[in-house]
Design a protein around this ligand. Structure first.
Ligand code: BGC
Length: 429
């Protein structure tokens, strides 16, 4: 066993408990039993705290309450899209030995730091118990597994990050073909310029994490899937000319965005397209739930196409739930993970969330036209890992990239591309 500060603290707590029991006349052997069902709830930590994301979580909770009526769901959520505020807050709770019973994490590299820190438990036993190994796509199982074959979370859904949403009326009014997909960023920029000339906000974006999201799709759209993936496995040179071109493209796109971006999270930025206050928004396909909620029809009231230059690629991320280490009642967490992974849980949740179920043994006809498109893309297209949503890099590196992006975009004007590129290249060290 690796001795960490936490282990030492756990040993100290156990010693104190034994001493207390001895003082009460109890024996150490009896200590484990009463603690097991000491509490009847499960605290579930997410950033699905408001709007359509909360509606999705609420739907999952309804299934949980049906499946496990004796356990109370405790909503432990922190506002901030993409986990922008939740992750820091979670980190301090974990360091202070105050973990939620289970927390939302992205499948992939984002899990690494939590595993290394000893903050999560191996749940591969539950995959056997619930029969999950064969019902999740092999690629997803690979993303979730460590080199020694352990799995530390259970996925609820799969999202596609490289999507662009558009208001067809705004496009038509300005002489732009509303059904057009852009096979290059240059072609896209030409239309953004037309919109700007006409006095329309061409592209809406929000606060820094949504800008990192945009950056990710621009890197993918400029470099293509292989070189994009090489940014994360070290085979693409961050100082190359191609990356310079991508960053220049990002700078150009940012110059067509709304000035109040730093005050907006994704729902407000997407809402600008819903309301016709902006033509385009590039956001993951949780955005589709906002169009659904506004009762807009795909193709007629809104357009959903791959982000410019990214057709044929599925920029992947998956939400999943852990079992925290050192929790009082793992059985309740196990019950939550059972609901998350169940057919009923995945169908009910994903219908509202806009994502596709992680399970493959589900009737696809139950889902919307957009979701069926996403399922097809996931089956047929090249899959790459999302940067902004934890699949590609650990939290620490994403934080460094986010900081560099924030410095680059700033509130007024921009830093130069060379400084930005050097800052990004430095995150590989
Ligand atoms: C999560 C989604 C969520 C989005 C916006 C992503 O990181 O994976 O579930 O809807 O952030 O908050």
């Amino acid at each position: 066993m690796r001795v960490t500060r936490r282990t030492t603290a756990a040993v100290a707590t156990a010693v104190a408990l034994i001493m207390t029991l001895a003082a009460c006349g109890g024996t150490p052997g009896e200590a484990a039993a009463p603690s097991v069902r000491n509490h009847t709830n499960v605290s579930v930590y997410t950033w699905w705290a408001a709007g359509v994301e909360k509606t999705g979580l609420d739907a999952l909770v309804t299934v949980f309450e049906e499946q496990h009526p004796d356990i109370e769901f405790k909503n432990d959520s922190v506002t901030g899209g993409g986990g922008s505020a939740a992750k820091d807050n979670l980190q301090s709770r974990l360091e202070n030995q105050n973990p939620p019973d289970t927390f939302l994490v992205h499948a992939g590299a984002e899990l690494d730091d939590y595993i290394k820190g000893g903050y999560v438990q191996d749940v591969s036993g539950l995959y056997k118990k619930f029969g999950l190994t064969d019902v999740f796509p092999k690629d997803l199982i690979r993303q979730l597994s460590t080199d020694d074959g352990k799995i530390y979370s259970v996925p609820s859904n799969i999202h596609r990050a490289n999507m662009m949403w558009a208001n067809p009326k705004v496009l038509q009014d300005n002489g732009i073909d509303p059904s057009a997909e852009y096979d290059s960023i240059d072609a896209f920029i030409a239309d953004l310029d037309k919109l700007e000339q006409a006095g329309v906000t061409p592209l809406s974006v929000g606060t820094t994490w949504t800008q990192v999201h945009l950056l990710e799709t621009v890197l993918l759209g400029t470099l293509g899937p292989d070189a994009y993936s090489g940014l994360w496995d070290g085979t693409t040179d961050w100082t190359s000319l191609e990356v310079t071109t991508a960053l220049q493209n990002f700078k150009t796109l940012m110059s067509y965005t709304n000035a109040d971006r730093s005050n907006l999270d994704w729902p407000e930025a997407t809402q600008m397209v819903i309301d016709g206050d902006a033509a385009f928004n590039i956001m993951g396909d949780w955005a589709v739930s906002a169009f659904d909620e506004a009762e807009m029809k795909l193709g007629t009231d809104y357009v959903a196409v791959p982000a410019p230059g990214t057709a044929g690629t599925f920029d992947f991320l998956a939400d999943s739930f852990t079992m925290s280490a050192n929790i009082l009642d793992p059985e309740n967490t196990e019950a939550w993970l059972e609901t998350v992974s169940s057919v009923e849980g995945q169908v009910t949740f994903n219908k509202i969330k806009g994502s596709i179920p992680a399970r493959t043994d589900i009737d696809r006809d139950e889902f919307t036209e957009y979701q069926r498109m996403a399922i097809k893309s996931f089956d047929e297209d090249t899959i790459v890992s999302s940067l902004a949503h934890g699949a590609a890099v650990p939290v620490s590196r994403l934080n460094a990239i986010t900081e560099a992006t924030n410095d680059f975009v700033g509130d007024n004007g921009h830093q130069d591309v060379a400084t930005f590129q050097a800052a990004l290249a430095a995150t590989t060290n």
